[in-house]
Design a protein around this ligand. Structure first.
Ligand SMILES: [Mg+2]
Ligand SMILES: [Zn+2]
Length: 185
């Protein structure tokens, strides 16, 4: 059986820019052990899908082409480290656009599900914000919050939240412990 994990990007894989956006490759900084964590997922047979809000595009702070270039480069680094990212989905819209894909809306998640055919109930979503948790709750995915030392991260814990951890690597440890059948294939 194919196994999937849904990951937010900024604050989970790479360092988030406070009150801003990653607008160039120079600003894309992998978080500690994130590359190891992605390799671990691949080693255990998980297909990793990234689902990320990138309103900086809609605000004109970076072009779709630059976003695509950043994506190509970080996916290549993940692969060079032994990991694998099956697909990256972005919402480029601003909050006021009221689209259906910006988390906590679930449009991107539904698109990923339609294209890969996983069950949400069997698919963990790892995020660092309330909007990630809300989206997970709405589709029925178990959620892991990467809090990374933030003391203000006391989320309105929905039924879907299964753990609060310090890093993606810790999230992967939790996921592997909850999926005992998940062994390297
Ligand atoms: Mg985030
Ligand atoms: Zn959108």
């Amino acid at each position: 059986m194919r196994k999937f994990v849904l990951l937010d990007r900024d604050g989970v894989i790479n360092r988030r820019i406070a009150d801003g956006y990653v607008t160039s490759w120079e600003q894309f900084e992998f978080l500690p052990r994130a590359l190891d964590a992605l390799k671990r997922l691949a080693d255990h047979g998980y297909e990793t899908i990234v689902v990320s809000n990138q309103a900086g595009v809609g605000k004109g702070l970076l072009s779709p082409e630059v976003l695509e270039d950043i994506t190509r480069r970080f996916v290549a680094q993940v692969e060079a480290h032994g990991g694998r990212i099956s697909k990256v989905y972005y919402c480029p819209h601003r909050p006021e656009d009221r689209c259906r894909c910006r988390k906590p809306e679930v449009g991107l998640l539904l698109q990923a599900q339609a294209e890969h055919g996983f069950n949400f109930a069997d698919t963990f979503l790892v995020g660092d914000s309330e909007s990630d948790l809300m989206a997970a709750e709405r589709v029925g995915s178990p959620a892991v919050l990467v809090a990374a030392g933030r003391v203000d991260s006391t989320p309105a814990a929905g039924r879907s939240l299964v753990g609060v951890v310090e890093s993606l690597n810790d999230a992967v440890g939790l996921i592997l412990s909850r999926h005992p059948v998940a062994r390297a294939q």
